[in-house]
Design a protein around this ligand. Structure first.
Ligand code: SF4
Length: 348
């Protein structure tokens, strides 16, 4: 059954960029799981490592960045009737980023959509050609059949007049249509995991709502898992069942979405939640900004990297790396305030 099987396990992921200015620890200890057919939200401010985590999974980290440590265990299943059984587990972190194996997985079993479709769509090829190419790359089929499949997927993503837009160039389409086109391209090979990196951030609110509805509908129809990356906690509440919060390359809290909203434990998550408007609150009340700035990535604070901005910081927070603590079943936080818990670990 879809939804109770692990699809991807990210364990102790560290992806660093050795630059002339210094070492950037873009991802510095990420641990989470994605379940088959479910949505995991990944939330945090810009520069927190959300996108580099996604690039690490697909092995498209731009040089000189590289995975230094950790496992990315991708579980494959075979389906007989309605039942899934485990076929194999592959550690994506161990694959050659330019090798044949990851190229077969990328775009086929794991696909990605980006914030700005024009960065991944070719301006000199029609939508139809680009979707057809993606299908031909991964499936044994004729050109004519691939075009039929492209037309079908454009229908599915609600592209207006698909029989005409299939021959349109991306620059001839609106932002919402381009995003539908990119989702069509990503879904053309029926991936088991779709990574969506801020897919609605550049869209107006009406188009954003349509694209979010579309993604939910497609997930229901196709049974794929979604890793939804965003800075917007409101979008996470709509889209995801579980979420991780990242700060300066580390996952600082992990829980199901309701728990995260109503019982956040990490001071950074609590600060993020105080900074978003709530319909039940007095409209004249000012929203709270998180004090201070995101620190310079070349010069991270000692101890807990959130300590210069944390209202609950204690003396120790400047020196000691906070433990990764299971504060209640399936709810984890990286904070010294919960260090007494018996499930605290040094790393996480
Ligand atoms: Fe704040 Fe200290 Fe917890 Fe870091 S470890 S979040 S500084 S209380």
């Amino acid at each position: 059954m879809v939804g109770n099987k692990t699809l991807l396990e990210v364990k102790g992921l560290k992806t660093y960029f050795p630059l002339d200015e210094g070492l950037v620890r873009a991802v510095d200890g990420a641990d989470f799981e994605i379940q088959q057919g479910r949505t995991l939200g990944v939330v945090g401010e810009s520069g927190c490592g959300k996108s580099v985590t996604a690039q690490s999974i697909l092995r498209i980290v731009p040089p000189p960045g590289d995975i230094l440590e950790g496992e990315l265990l991708f579980h494959r299943y075979s389906k007989e009737g309605d039942a899934f059984s485990m076929a194999d587990v592959i550690d994506l972190a161990k694959l050659d980023p330019r090798g044949r194996e990851i190229r077969t997985i990328r775009g086929n079993e794991i696909a990605m959509v980006f914030q700005e479709p024009m960065t991944s769509l070719s301006p000199v090829h029609t939508m139809g050609n680009q979707i057809t190419e993606a299908i031909l790359l991964h499936q044994e089929t004729s050109k004519a059949e691939a075009r039929e499949k492209a037309l079908d997927i454009l229908h599915r993503v609600g592209m207006p007049k698909p029989s005409q837009t299939i021959d349109s160039y991306p620059f001839e389409l609106s932002g919402g249509m381009r995003q539908r086109g990119m989702i069509a391209m990503a879904l053309s090979c029926h991936p088991s995991l779709l990574i969506a990196d801020e897919p609605t951030t550049a869209l107006d609110v009406t188009t954003e709502a349509q694209i979010l509805d579309l993604m939910r509908q497609l997930q229901e129809d196709l049974g794929m898992a979604i890793m939804f990356i965003t800075h917007d906690l409101g979008v996470i509440a709509e889209m995801a069942e579980t979420a991780v919060v990242m700060y300066l390359g580390k996952v600082v809290e992990r829980a199901d979405v309701d728990t995260l909203y109503y019982d956040a434990r990490h001071p950074y998550t609590q600060a993020l939640l105080r900074s978003i408007p709530r319909i039940t609150e007095d409209r004249r009340k000012w929203l709270e900004a998180i004090r201070g700035m995101v620190p310079d990535p070349y010069n991270l604070p000692s101890g807990c990297p959130f300590h210069p901005r944390c209202r609950s910081a204690q003396g120790e927070c400047r020196e000691v790396e906070p433990p990764w603590v299971e504060v209640e079943p399936d709810h984890w936080a990286r904070c010294i305030l919960y260090a007494d818990s018996t499930t605290a670990t040094a790393q996480g």
